[in-house]
Design a protein around this ligand. Sequence first.
Ligand code: IPM
Ligand code: MG
Length: 368
Amino acid sequence: MTTYRICMLPGDGIGPEIAAEAVKVLEAIGSRFGVSFEVTEALLGGAAIDATGTALPDETLVAAKAADAVLLAAIGGPKWDTTDPEKPRPEQGLLGIRKALGLYANLRPVRVFDALKGASTLKPEALEGVDMLIVRELTGGLYFGPRARERDVEGAGAQGALGMRAYDTCVYAEFEIERIARVAFEAARTRRGRVHSVDKANVLESSRLWREVVHRVHEAEYPDVELVDQLVDNTAMQLIRYPAQFDVVLTENMFGDILSDEASMLTGSLGMLASASLGDGAALYEPSHGIAPDIAGQGVANPLAMLLSVELMLRHSFGMHEAADALAAAIEGVLADGWRTRDIADATTLPQRTVGTAAMGDLVAERI
Ligand code: IPM
Ligand code: MG
């Protein structure tokens, strides 16, 4: 029997609750498809800071590298929120592991389930035909460029006095743009053949290089794919004006972070948006949402983005397409039957079909 080794990083907030549902569903998939999943947990984020003083302990990195795939639930929380640059932050764990594993390509599929059209804040007719893939560059740009806080800078205080100044830098090298552009064009070939490359080339130098390189890769290697340049502010507007125009949305790190949260609302809830972070070696799968501190520990969080991340793992890391299809169909069936966690419930949801995290996981696992 094939055994897949998964490094599970439950993290903080609702993380451990939704991680448990992923394990439950993996067991169901294992028994139906005759494989086994060996899931080992490691610490990341706030949980790791509390236990070891650092958000990404060496042991975690070793475990992640040794695994066939990494599953991450969510990290962060008010407990570790600080603006002090000397203090550790949970996010350093996430950014550190993305960088250390070379996970430069973040894929965020935005799929609207028919049953959830009423849960979106947009009118159902605006959601007709929405099926897009956001391809977000994940290891460059503002998140990783030179940054600093400078003290006692002349003119930085009120009325020209000494004061503090801070900067972050958006840096992109040609090769980083080339490789993420290829990911987007390759994906478009298996979909509807269109890439929107999102930048701010009317203002930013890094965006002008982005646009040049994307066009070069397009002309040389993917002339069969349609390429549309779109400025990021326009994209933010188009996403809610006419989202069905998008097939693959290619963008740099920070724009992708912002636009994917926006796009998640097309699906009805941030709790529905999965992601795959791919590089040359290992891959990491995680929901796009955060730790939901307002509902952590209550057993009401939506585990579906986590389960949809498991679906992506089955496809991209293990080539288990039949199992991935079965999982997707199970989720679709559960939603079609009217079951909802409260974030995706609407006026038509029966109160007795509004369920918590574990019940939602049970429903999906039973269908598999
Ligand atoms: C995401 C998250 C992270 C990001 C945070 C938690 C560092 O918002 O994956 O979208 O900004 O990349
Ligand atoms: Mg984000």
